[in-house]
Design a protein around this ligand. Structure first.
Ligand SMILES: N[C@@H](CCC(=O)N[C@@H](CS)C(=O)NCC(=O)O)C(=O)O
Length: 224
């Protein structure tokens, strides 16, 4: 039966994952279509002719692209579920800012640590630590009082973005054999990641460990 909501994603895409997390948090029933990015479907190319990327959310036949835009659309459209963005405009702006920071500043060196070797890898690790320090300082006052998630009881926009980007950080550190997000250096980020990993939606949508390990090893082997 047509549920009216269809998500085109790829299991390892952090951008698709955040849309799935948002849909689950909101309790929205949806159909999931797994895309093979080496052999994109005609539907994906038609729905996202500009970037040809996942995720694409199709709502009653109308496509939406770009994960941050989709998350906002989901929050504004299904108002009966828990809010993903804070009601307060200032807090909302801060959440958007730090989500963009995670996407634009943190994810590149994080993947670089995995792919690069030698001096290039050392430089990536340095850059990653510089960005982690900025994030640690920037978010420490953002958490709703008494809560270990930025959004409070349940995950919101920034928690979802962090979960999709760094939900597999522990597995990644096991694969590279090195602790990068050290709880002693980054207590706020570390306890945040633990709180995120304990959320039922995060657990339900986490890909099988073996699949993640295999993917990370192949990224490492391919290098840059
Ligand atoms: N800015 C986009 C990024 C989406 C993106 O990079 N998707 C990747 C998968 S992780 C993709 O579809 N890549 C296919 C390609 O580049 O051809 C978003 O937030 O949705």
């Amino acid at each position: 039966m047509d549920k009216g909501v269809k998500l085109y994603g790829t299991w390892y895409s952090p951008y698709a994952k955040r849309v799935e997390l948002a849909l689950k948090l909101k309790g929205i029933d949806y159909e999931y279509v797994e895309e093979d990015l080496q052999n994109k479907s005609q539907a994906l190319l038609v729905y996202n002719p500009v970037y040809k990327k996942v995720p694409v959310l199709v709502h009653h036949g109308r496509p939406l692209v770009e994960s941050a835009i989709i998350l906002e659309y989901v929050d504004e459209t299904w108002t009966e579920g828990p809010r993903i963005l804070p009601a307060d405009p200032y807090k909302r702006a801060q959440v958007r800012f730090w989500s963009q920071f995670v996407d634009q500043q943190l994810m590149v060196p994080a993947i670089g640590v995995l792919k690069a070797s030698g001096e290039a890898r050392a430089a990536m690790i340095c850059e990653f630590h510089d960005k982690l320090k900025v994030l640690e300082e920037g978010i420490k006052d953002l958490f709703l009082a008494g809560h270990s998630l930025v959004n409070g009881e349940t995950m919101g926009f920034l928690d979802v973005v962090m979960c999709s980007a760094f939900g597999a950080q522990k597995i990644q550190e096991e694969v590279i054999g090195e602790v990068v997000i050290d709880p002693e250096k980054y207590p706020v980020i570390s306890s945040w990641l633990v709180a995120i990993s304990e959320q039922p939606v995060a657990k339900a949508l986490a890909p099988p460990r073996e699949k993640v390990v295999h993917l990370l090893r192949s990224i490492m082997a391919a290098g840059i």
